[in-house]
Design a protein around this ligand. Sequence first.
Ligand code: ZN
Length: 525
Amino acid sequence: MKRTSFLPVLLFLTLLSATGFASGQVNSSKMSFTVSMEQPASHYYHVEFRYDGITEDAVELKMPAWTPGYYMILDLARNVVGLAVKDANGIPLAFRKTAKNTWTIRTPGVKSLIATYYVYATRSSVADPYLSENRGFISPTGVFMHVGGKLNHPVTVTIKPYSGWKQVSTGLDPVPGVPNTFTAPDFDRLYDCPILVGNQELVTFEYQGIPHTIAIETPGSCNRKKLAADLKKIVEAGTAIIGEIPYKHYTFLIMEQGGGGLEHLNSMAVFADVSNYQGPEQEVGLLGFFAHEYFHLYNIKTIRPVVLGPFDYDRECLTNMLWFSEGGTVYYEEMILNRAGFLNRDAYLEGAGKAIGSHENIVGNRFQSAAQSSWDTWMLFFNRSENSRDVTINYYNKGNTLCMLLDLRIRHESQNVNSLDDVMRTLYQEYNKKRMRGFTDLEFREECERAAGCSLADFFDYVYTTNPIDYARYLAYAGLNIDLTPQEPAITHLDQSINKRSFRITSMDHPTEMQKAILSDWLKQ
Ligand SMILES: [Zn+2]
């Protein structure tokens, strides 16, 4: 909201400039960073930020409090050490810290400033900056400060790798002819483009003429050709769902063994061991992980809840919708594996039954809805305590199952004409492209109901309440049964108890023609 309201102001100032009433400084200001890492074992990046064309009397330098996609306050400003600010003549400029992540510099009459600082980078995760003898991972929200109120300013970044390192890999656009220098049209884009610096090996492939780069830190005996071919199938199946590719190049940043992955519009940063990759047979889980992070380029980066971009980097961005944005991405990761030929129908249904079990066989599902789980993720998901399993749920699991049920319901209600894919395409075209914003909870529901052609009030009760889910009804739309027989003694917590069940999904003996059609259009054999 803050960002879009800036546009008319820019237009107004541009008009003033064109008519000679202003000096045109809005367009002449420049921001650039230089990041060096001469002693990687020290874990310190050195950062220089230059801001030319200042017109304001005070400049706020701000470091984000979190990294989009990783819903936890990280207070990345805590890693900043030794901030110093000078003008273009080297005269120190006074500043003081005015919030936990903000430094305010007085700049009356100052046209340029140069801020230098170190960033201590020891936490090896996809959401934090990291520097060691092995690699530099520049998680941009933890390295680059922005100027308060100017998130939409273009920016240039120059990386000076440690002398022993040859490669700089990122989704940022390179500046032609200038080594290791990149541009971003604004800070949202910069913050969405992590940079891997090291001796990673590069494997490339093209899809529809678009270059894709796989940067692998420890390739070992990985079958590079096979990995590229299999990732290309994921790209093909993923992009086919939406029918449009919103990037000009894509980069897979694959770091050595570790946990986690983070999605970006035209890149992903993942910890994954591909050093023994020979093909999909033993590695379906790994391909699913790539498919998940890849499909996020649609679901969450472009098809997104309204608060998830442009972001407020100072504080939590609360949403009810992660059951769809994350759980739906788990669902689509499996749809992509199925459509790409890596996961057959029986294997998918076996996994779907287990996913239902992992949600239903914990008492927490009686205390927390999918929407509540999403809203409270900042407090409860990453900061787990000993009672978490008994009082919370996992919105990845429940969201995955809910999206499966929603897809089946839309297929059933529309007589197998529409599916959740149609909702995804509408959200992409109507909200991201035409309205250039995310959607509200209500708009999401309306688009689902439009595709189904009826009210989905009872389905959305499953999202916003802890009411028991009628799995048998929804699975029957595709001619499937589910085993709901209680198997083990009840487990209890506080005033709630549940019986464990297998939730095994099987085919009906005599499905109707419509049930058969829905199943075969939904899942490949
Ligand atoms: Zn995800």
